[in-house]
Write a protein that binds this ligand. Structure first.
Ligand code: BG6
Length: 482
């Protein structure tokens, strides 16, 4: 644990992200004694609020069973400053507050200090706030870290523009781009699974793997978030970032070391080997009301513009063109308002050559990211007992059963700890981001320019008709139950 005195400024402190994720994560770290000893937290936002209101707001999503005494101690570290996002005097005031808090905490300004600027903000104010920080708050004598959340632009060009603007203010080593999927337990686990176990890495290639499916399913629709969602759509919302990040870790070659730059080099290399996705390799969907009419369709959401053709479901097939993966189809699928909440990585192996036994089914390795973290391998065994038949079974590592004493932390807690420790491994580098946009931008532009109509699917269903055939045609494998 690092004990360098740290000041964390959360911009957008009155917003949803801060309330739901940032502050609960900071509290979790505090409770685990993982924040550096002299940490100060400042919430900054436009809303005028009393300290009391601020405290109420930031603790509103804490677990109800949270220890009251601990919450109070945590709140003693927090303070609220209100100000505009583009006014010099407000940011100068913020700087004064930081200086005052550090002085009160007896922090020597000559000693090493960390300043974290966490932007829990809408993208429209990213650059203005970053500019203000650099101009009026930035302290050269500190280690400065700027944390930003997606969306990082909406296509390759706008993302490059944003990177250029931020890059003119902060060095790349000062920028931490959050993709919260990289903080999830099972996503972080992929590296260990793959490179610490001899038997995974030995078969992790086109000779043994027939196809890989990365699936993200949510059982709810836009529910009032339609304004934001409609501007982005499912591809920008989760595919270009979360799913592609997961894919790059599943596909990467072994890095030279665990150094963050080595890891990010290998992930970026994967993305470089993926061609831009074509419309003919994409199936788009948009949800309509559920069969019984109890759940509304996407277009029934009042925050969604009339007649919108924004996809809420997408399934794409792509290939990683390198020695390891040549010829192996990767299917990435994401959808809202489906039948269940589930995120998983399904690795399907090839059939046994010259098998003694009839091929019952193929082996599969499934890494379930959520809701129940688990790793299982579909394995064929002899049916137990006197029978000589074969049966499909599972080698099952369900975390809840195996590690029942351990509470898996929220992704944000892990990531904020990484920021404090200066560990970049689980943050997106600018060249990586650029490649991710390159893969999707032509497709996104084509969908939008040609007003490609998504296929309807019912709220609560598995997705649009034809999605299994779509995969079968491109992978040669039949539906697996998902
Ligand atoms: C966010 C998307 O990045 O990820 C949301 O904007 C989505 O639309 C969310 O619901 C999913 O995250 P999680 O951690 O709930 O799987």
């Amino acid at each position: 644990k690092n004990d360098i005195p740290s000041t964390i400024v959360v911009f957008g402190a009155s917003g949803d992200l801060a309330k739901k994720k940032t502050f609960p994560a900071l509290f979790h770290l505090f409770g685990q004694n993982l924040l550096p000893k002299r940490t100060r937290i400042i919430g900054y936002a436009r809303t005028e609020m009393s300290e009391e209101e601020f405290r109420k707001r930031v603790t509103s999503k804490f677990a109800p069973e949270a220890d009251k005494g601990l919450v109070k101690k945590f709140l003693d570290l927090c303070e609220y400053v209100s100000g505009k996002y583009d006014v010099d005097a407000d940011f100068q005031n913020l700087r004064k507050e930081i200086d005052r808090l550090e002085k009160d905490a007896g922090i020597d300004t000559d000693a090493e200090r960390i300043h974290v600027y966490y932007m829990a903000l809408p993208p429209s104010v990213f650059v203005s706030v970053a500019t203000q920080i650099k101009k009026n708050v930035y302290d050269e004598s500190c280690i400065n870290r700027l944390v930003i959340e997606k969306p990082f632009g909406h296509d390759l060009e706008s993302s490059r523009e944003l990177s250029k603007d931020i890059g003119a203010l902060f060095d790349e080593v000062e920028v931490f781009r959050i993709d919260h999927y990289l903080g999830k337990e099972m996503v972080k686990n992929i590296l260990s699974l793959r490179f610490a176990n001899v038997f995974y890495e030995a078969v992790w290639n086109r000779h043994f793997i027939s196809n890989i499916q990365i699936t993200f399913k949510e059982p709810f629709g836009t529910e009032g978030r339609g304004g934001y969602f409609d501007e982005f759509g499912i591809i920008r919302d989760v595919m270009q970032n979360h799913l592609l990040q997961v894919l790059s870790i599943v596909a990467m070659n072994q890095p030279k070391s665990l150094d963050p730059e080595d890891i990010r080099d290998c992930k970026t290399e994967v993305l470089r080997n993926i061609k831009s996705i074509k419309l003919e390799d994409t199936l788009l969907g948009q949800y309509v009301a559920s069969a019984d009419g109890s759940k509304p369709g996407y277009l029934d959401d009042e925050t969604v513009p009339k007649g919108s053709t924004t996809p809420t479901f997408a399934q794409c097939v792509l290939e990683v063109n390198n020695d390891r993966w040549h010829g192996v189809p990767w299917v990435i699928k994401a959808g809202k308002a489906l039948n269940e909440a589930r995120m998983l990585i399904r690795i399907q192996f090839k059939d046994m050559p010259n098998s003694l036994f009839p091929n019952l089914a193929r082996n599969e390795l499934v890494i379930q990211v959520s809701p129940k973290e688990s790793v299982y391998i579909k394995t064929i065994v002899k049916e137990p007992g006197l029978s000589t038949n074969l049966a499909m079974s599972e080698l099952d590592l369900t975390y809840k059963t195996r590690y029942h004493d351990i509470k898996i932390p929220d992704a944000y807690a892990t990531l904020i700890l990484d920021v404090l420790n200066g560990d970049y491994s689980n943050f997106v580098r600018s060249d990586e981001l650029d490649e991710a946009w390159r893969i999707f931008t032509p497709l996104l532009h084509q969908i939008e320019n040609d007003h490609v109509k998504p296929k309807p699917y019912e709220y609560g269903s598995r997705g649009p008709e034809g999605m299994y055939e779509f995969v079968e045609e491109r992978t040669g494998y039949k539906r697996t139950g998902l």
